[in-house]
Write a protein that binds this ligand. Structure first.
Ligand code: PLP
Length: 400
């Protein structure tokens, strides 16, 4: 049965994703099931999207209620869920204005337009955005230019001008790259796709001071780190450094596509006609995101993430103490990376799936955990036990 869908994919779908040989048909909480009825503990979480787990009633209720009243109108009209969601985001963040898109890449595109307009009018026509090596900002032409992974850019030239990649966690590199054309710096507080690389708080403070001194806009791409993922509502709360603009997507809709640009008033320079979207901010996506955000805030899901994430990290560090081939355990909350001294990430993911554990490997020597934020401590223990068994097996295979 499974092979029929895998075969169909190989014939009909553009082969851009490296898929695990699993056809998922159902999910509940932190678990998913394949079409043969096999259960998996899901530590991929739809690539850090399933905030409340699979098919949480808060999401399914909001989805079906909104679907029965109003699904789509366009932004030619006012709609209630969009404005309630904007209000909730502003009241629970340091930002003043919001614009909704459908994805992370669109939110980042919009943010770059915003900072270019800022540069145009408030920094003498400056337009360049400094980003960092190993960053990930999405797959549009501009955002893959911003992204600090050269392999993603091959074959797609000519790439748009106006982006400079510099080493991550290196303030001097930012200072040296800044010139009269520079209008903004865009960073992830923890690089997710890049291998779970945590920004040093001193670096972030230095970048903030540099932006203030040079009149540059500081943009945080919180597409992966926002909405409780790091154990705080927003990733920037980890260091306390507040950006001028923040982008969101992934966890905001808990599985329904939505992205957002949030900006402080002084940086909210769009006026009538500057930006737009047919689907962005539609009532269906906004009603679900509103339900997700209310749940995250009212139930203090970030606090839960912080506690469960600490427990997860403690267990992984204990595992590292016994296994010298684990070279690093890093991250915050429920965005955790485990690094190895060899490129065994892919094998670990493959072997874990056989044991009913879904994992992800963003770099050849790194395994990443980005589960639903409702993951329990008991499920962490279950995952770590399987992970340990798989590591020992893969390691034994690698050295023999
Ligand atoms: C930090 C970051 N920014 C942007 C994106 C792109 O988001 P999307 O795939 O929704 O366009 C991602 C996706 O992984 C991401 O992790």
């Amino acid at each position: 049965m499974t092979s029929r869908w895998i075969e169909l994919e190989s014939e009909r779908y553009m082969p851009v994703a490296k898929r695990a040989p699993v056809v998922l048909v159902r999910g509940e909480g932190s678990r998913v099931w394949d079409e043969d009825g096999k259960a998996y503990l899901d530590l991929v979480g739809g690539w850090a999207v399933n905030t409340l787990g699979h098919c949480h009633p808060a999401i399914t209720d909001a989805l079906s209620e909104q679907a029965q009243s109003l699904i789509h109108t366009s932004n030619q009209f006012y709609t209630v869920p969009q404005l309630e969601l904007a209000d909730l985001l502003v009241k629970n963040s340091p930002f003043d204005r919001v614009f909704f898109s459908n994805s992370g890449v669109e939110a980042n595109e919009g943010a770059v337009k915003l900072v270019r307009k800022y540069g145009q009018h408030r920094r003498d026509g400056a337009y360049t955005v400094i980003t960092t090596d190993h960053s990930f900002h999405g797959r549009s032409l501009a955002m893959l230019t911003a992204t600090g992974k050269p392999a993603y850019k091959q074959d797609y030239g000519p790439l748009p001008a106006g982006f400079v990649n510099v080493p991550f966690n290196d303030l001097d590199a930012i200072k040296q790259a800044t010139d009269r054309e520079t209008c903004a710096i865009m960073l992830e507080p923890v690089q997710g796709e890049g291998g779970v690389n945590v920004a040093d708080p001193a670096y972030l403070r230095g970048v903030r001071a540099w932006c203030d001194e040079q009149n540059l806009v500081l943009v945080y791409d919180e597409v992966q780190t926002g909405v409780g993922r790091l154990g705080k509502l927003w990733g920037h709360q980890i260091s306390g450094v507040v950006p001028d603009v923040m982008t969101l997507a992934k966890g905001l809709g808990g599985g329904v596509p939505i992205g957002a640009i949030l900006a402080k008033e002084a940086f909210s320079v769009f006026t009538y006609g500057d930006h737009g979207s047919t689907f962005g901010g539609n009532p269906l996506a906004c009603a679900v995101a509103l339900a997700v955000m209310r749940h995250v805030i009212d139930e203090d899901l970030s606090g839960h993430v912080s506690r469960v994430g600490d427990h997860f990290m403690d267990r992984l560090r204990a595992m590292q103490a016994e296994r010298p081939y684990i070279t690093d355990v890093r991250g915050h909350g429920l965005l955790i990376g485990v690094e190895f001294d060899a490129d065994i990430g892919g094998e670990i993911v493959d072997e874990s799936i056989k044991e009913g554990l879904l994992l992800n490997s963003p770099a050849a020597n790194v395994v990443r955990f980005m589960p639903p934020l409702v993951l329990t401590a008991t499920e962490v223990d279950e995952a770590v036990d399987v992970f340990g068994r798989v590591l020992d097996r893969v390691r034994a295979m690698a050295v023999t």
